[in-house]
Design a protein around this ligand. Structure first.
Ligand SMILES: [Zn+2]
Ligand SMILES: [Zn+2]
Length: 119
């Protein structure tokens, strides 16, 4: 079986590849990252996402069924929440699960660190 690198801690692992795509959008600015993770680190990241973001339904053309004009920060409930956060979790033999949250400028940072995004 092949060895894969896990982006969390850059260690190698044997096993199926599972990944999470993360993105932060603000107006025309977009930062994205793809996280290929070992099962343990995928569980960690998945838990953070579950705890902080809302599950969303995406149609076949990837249109998000959501009103983007409204929303409050996932952490402090501020209505000044210009950042749109997305996560797509690809677990082994499971359908893709998509998540969405909004964030204020302050609480972008915990997401950025979790997502390992370069802004
Ligand atoms: Zn790992
Ligand atoms: Zn906030």
């Amino acid at each position: 079986m092949a060895l894969f690198p896990c982006v969390a801690g850059n260690h190698k692992y044997v096993g199926p590849q599972q990944s999470v795509y993360l993105a932060a959008l603000n107006g025309t600015f977009a930062a994205r990252s793809k996280q290929r993770l070992c099962p343990e680190h995928l569980a960690d990241l998945g838990k953070w996402i579950e705890d902080h973001m809302e599950k969303i339904a995406v149609d076949n053309e990837m249109h998000v069924q959501l009103d983007f004009d409204h929303g409050t920060c996932y952490e402090c409930d501020s209505t000044e929440a210009p950042w749109q956060l997305f996560a797509n979790v690809y677990r082994l033999k499971q359908p893709q699960v998509d998540y969405y949250a909004r964030s204020c400028s302050t609480h972008l940072e915990p997401f950025r660190q979790t997502a390992r995004l370069e802004l």
